[in-house]
Design a protein around this ligand. Sequence first.
Ligand code: AMP
Ligand code: GLY
Length: 421
Amino acid sequence: MRVLVIGSGAREHALCVALTSDPAVTALACAPGNAGTRTVAETGAGGESLVVADPVAVAALATGWGADLVVIGPEVPLVAGAADAVRDAGIACFGPSEQAAQIEGSKSFAKHVMAAAGVPTARSWPVGGPAELETALDEAGAPYVVKDDGLAAGKGVVVTADRDAAVAHGHRVLDSGGAVLVEEFLDGPEVSLFAVTDGTTVLPLLPAQDAKRRDDGDAGPNTGGMGAYAPLPWAPPGLVDEVLATVLQPTVDEMRRRGEPFSGLLYAGLALTSRGVRVVEFNARFGDPETQVVLPLLETPLAGLLHAAATGTLADHPPLTWRDGAAVTVVVAASGYPEAPRTGDPVTGADGPGVLHAGTAVGADGTVRSAGGRVLAVTATGADLAAARQAAYERVAAVRLAGAHWRSDIALAAVEGRIAP
Ligand code: AMP
Ligand code: GLY
């Protein structure tokens, strides 16, 4: 099977590493890719300059390269209709249609689906203008949760006790032409649970947790994600079965009922609140950086699984099997991330197993340079979470990137038994 992965982050590097270890994969390409994906995958002709938001270009690359399966990593091409274009070209594609990707692309659409499917989530107030913003904040109360309704690369949400900051974020989104959603605040630890689905059958993966805030102790601004670990030693037994029954399957069934079947990766971002499990958000794709810790633990060959989802044959797929142990990933970010990341700095000590590349490029002089805010996702597995954590941080210490920062507490609260649902 010739597999083409679309995207250029550490999630796509992790997908490539997992796909290369599936004996069914005879050729692998990743476009546009990065300096890390180049070590395990080709790019396809012109693939290094692929514009992922252009569905015609994605489909043309897949056709030209002779792909049997296309795996779309990021949300932007999905929301733009890249999966539809690939399927229209007669090629199997892992990823939802443009319509179905609205479950991530529009938070109000996701709320409608959840209401129809009876899926538990935060109460929400759609905001059409500045006056409604004040009313919604009064009704929701502090702490305030103010969201950009559309895609915002993990930076559209502000959670704050500061009313002025909540109002300012709402105005910023409205002024830029976006729609705003105010939500009830959900307490309790967060869980990311991914499920592979063909639109009917749903196979959940291992639960993971990511660290969204920039700084240790969950301080600082929200980011695309600063690290992750899996599995969750503190998760209640039966959590995955419960979420399958109350969240994932009803959502997939409701999407099919609406005539917008969702196939691909349904990512449920959950809060385990004192009143039970609530959906914080849905994403229409593998999470980043959680994928970097979930895939190294998956024993089932990945290409076969994704191909079954893409071709509607997941009901015939054998049950998933997992390796013992745990995985931890630590994101090494560029100076200035997330506000204004500096790029172009040399990156060394970034080769070898487990060092997944996010924002890197090979410069004209052949050196690897930073090319984005999140530069590397340094990943290790171990017999348990403590061992995986130690191995990941030892590997981080060998990386050289001027001005780099990373969190020093990824998975620490879980290792120390400080998380309770
Ligand atoms: P989202 O983009 O919707 O995933 O939001 C990003 C992050 O903001 C989430 O992972 C949570 O940490 C936080 N967040 C979002 N919605 C809520 C909520 N209703 N209550 C508390 N925290 C939230
Ligand atoms: N880890 C958060 C996301 O992928 O959206």
